[in-house]
Design a protein around this ligand. Structure first.
Ligand code: GRF
Length: 205
């Protein structure tokens, strides 16, 4: 019963917190599991504080990407999951894992397809763009290449550091991720090829 989420995390978990506060509600969706490759991730603490099962699963020495994600998959498969969310999960996923856990959303701190990969806010500053922002997208086998669900832009400020820009982008991410996951949970997402629309939001974006 109800719409079930798995959230994969590696870091502080501010995006996870937004989901805990605004999506994890009986009438909307349940975060069934939060899993992290990093046992020290602040996100795990946030999950435990909300009484959500929190799994710390660090890779073993020498363990490859495929073997690690098979172990992770085994853990996730104990649950029935409708949507998987990468909320600051820092590892590339093997195709086998991607195929199994669809649909899957990722949060990225730039306006894709600009600045994929690591340190997107620093990349944006270095390039000298005037606008950046955040993207919620479906995950495919590429690096931040999946179809875009939602985006929001902000203007760069003269002299701001990558950390400052990232902080401002993150506050956009939180509300955008909540909107995207809510739309999935309510069955409001329409897809046609790479085009994704949220029913009722067409005029907004
Ligand atoms: C976010 O900026 C997200 O875009 C990127 O990783 C960061 C995670 O932050 N993929 P948090 O752990 O949710 O605070």
């Amino acid at each position: 019963m109800g719409y079930k989420l798995a959230v994969l995390v590696s870091g502080d978990g501010s995006n996870l917190q937004a989901l805990i506060d605004r999506v994890h509600k009986p009438q909307l969706a349940t975060i069934s599991l939060v899993a992290s490759d990093n046992p020290a991730a602040g996100a795990l603490k946030r999950a435990r504080q909300a009484d959500i099962p929190a799994l710390a699963l660090p890779p073993e020495p020498g363990e490859g990407r495929l073997a690690y994600h098979r172990r992770l998959s085994h853990q996730i498969s104990q649950y029935t999951i409708d949507l998987t969310v990468l909320a600051g999960y820092m590892r590339l996923l093997p195709r086998e894992f991607l195929r199994r856990y669809q649909p899957m959303l990722n949060v990225h701190p730039s306006l894709l397809p600009a600045f994929p990969g690591l340190d997107a806010p620093a990349q944006a500053i270095e390039y000298g763009v005037k606008l950046s922002g955040c993207t919620i997208h479906l995950v495919d086998a590429g690096m931040d290449t999946g179809p875009v669900v939602l985006q929001q832009a902000l203007a760069l400020r003269r002299g701001e550091t990558a950390a400052e820009l990232h902080r401002r982008i993150k506050s956009l991410e939180h509300s955008l991720l909540v909107r995207a996951v809510t739309a999935f949970a309510r069955g409001q997402v329409e897809m046609q090829g790479r085009e994704i629309w949220i029913k009722g939001e067409e005029s907004e974006t």
